[in-house]
Design a protein around this ligand. Structure first.
Ligand SMILES: C[C@H](/C=C/C(=O)SCCNC(=O)CCNC(=O)[C@H](O)C(C)(C)COP(=O)(O)OP(=O)(O)OC[C@H]1O[C@@H](n2cnc3c(N)ncnc32)[C@H](O)[C@@H]1OP(=O)(O)O)[C@H]1CC[C@H]2[C@@H]3CCC4=CC(=O)CC[C@]4(C)[C@H]3CC[C@]12C
Length: 272
């Protein structure tokens, strides 16, 4: 269990733009540019991609929490940096249908839980849509505000948002760029939980630990099924559901669970 504090103190100059810490079987990724409300940087995005690779490659990591430092989640792309180095000038010949740091065109194989305090706007709400469970402090703010600056939500929101919330609300959010309160975000289903300010990370860690205690094969198969069957006709989807589900039922873990129940003890899942 890492002794590192979940909420690092105010950023010292030598701190990286993104912190990655182990909490048992949970990896906590903290966007760490609090002076800029955790606006994205190249360094931050490089560490994010490394963290996603670590989550997918290490079987002992069973869930991941994404949060921000200094009472903010993420203010999206660094607009000030854009005045001197604009992404539009470096996109020639690049396939931006996959932007791994923002989990566009890539999904983690383990559950990703967002712990949001303060602003999660533009790129912040874009990456939020790649998370599975979402917890926000009451003062959190959301929105996809790229259009306010003549930009496009290249993090995937024009595709994902209408699939995650009602069309007309997605259209309003994408086309006006306005910000939403945490209560409004919960009301429309963009997030699942609103907690008192300052409690999003502790709540997200509790949820992550609950997930990590469950059968890892079952958790990953449920996640895969939810994602791979999105938009499929029901009967085709049940083919995927059954194939992945039977792989779980045929595992040693699927025998360990009922045995542990009968013996009145905690299951010891080995992921096989
Ligand atoms: C498309 C993807 C995303 C794009 C975007 O996100 S556009 C940015 C939109 N952001 C906003 O609209 C938020 C602006 N900020 C605010 O509204 C407010 O600051 C706040 C609500 C966030 C907070 O308000 P506050 O009152 O609490 O605090 P403030 O006083 O306002 O701010 C405090 C302090 O922070 C500074 N600050 C805040 N926000 C920002 C910001 N966004 N940028 C810079 N600085 C910010 C503020 O100025 C204050 O500072 P101070 O000095 O004290 O005055 C893109 C995302 C990633 C891109 C990819 C990156 C990799 C690539 C590289 C290439 O070369 C090719 C393309 C690409 C793949 C690229 C593609 C596009 C992306 C996917």
């Amino acid at each position: 269990m890492s002794a590192t504090p979940a909420h690092p103190p105010a950023q010292a100059t030598e701190e990286p733009d993104c912190l990655v810490e182990r909490h048992g079987q949970v990896l906590v990724v903290t966007l760490n540019r609090p002076a800029k409300r955790n606006a994205l940087s190249a360094e931050m995005m490089a560490i994010m991609k490394q963290a996603w690779d670590q989550v997918d490659e290490d079987d002992d990591i069973r869930a991941c929490v994404l949060t921000g430092a200094g009472g903010a989640f993420c203010a999206g792309a660094d607009l000030k940096a854009m005045t001197s180095s604009h992404p539009g000038d470096t996109t020639e010949g690049r396939d931006l249908s996959v932007i791994e740091p923002l989990l566009k065109g890539r999904r983690l194989t383990k559950p990703l839980i967002a712990a949001v305090e303060g602003p999660a706007v533009a790129g912040g709400t874009e990456i939020l849509q790649a998370t599975d469970i979402r917890v926000a402090g009451r003062g959190a703010r959301f929105g996809v505000s790229e259009c306010k600056w003549g930009l496009f939500p290249l993090g995937g929101s024009a595709v994902r948002l209408p699939r995650q919330i009602p069309y007309t609300l997605a259209a309003e959010i994408l086309l006006t760029g306005r910000h939403l309160t945490a209560e409004e975000a919960k009301e429309i289903g963009l997030i699942g939980r609103v907690v008192p300010d300052g409690e999003a990370l502790s709540t997200a860690l509790e949820l992550a630990e609950a997930v990590a205690a469950n059968g890892p094969l079952a958790v990953r198969a449920i996640l895969r099924t939810m994602r791979e069957t999105e938009g499929m006709p029901e009967n085709d989807a049940f083919q995927v559901d059954t194939r992945l589900g039977l792989e779980v039922f045929r595992s040693a873990d699927a025998k360990e669970g009922p045995r542990a129940f009968a013996e009145k003890r905690t299951p010891h899942f080995r992921g096989r």
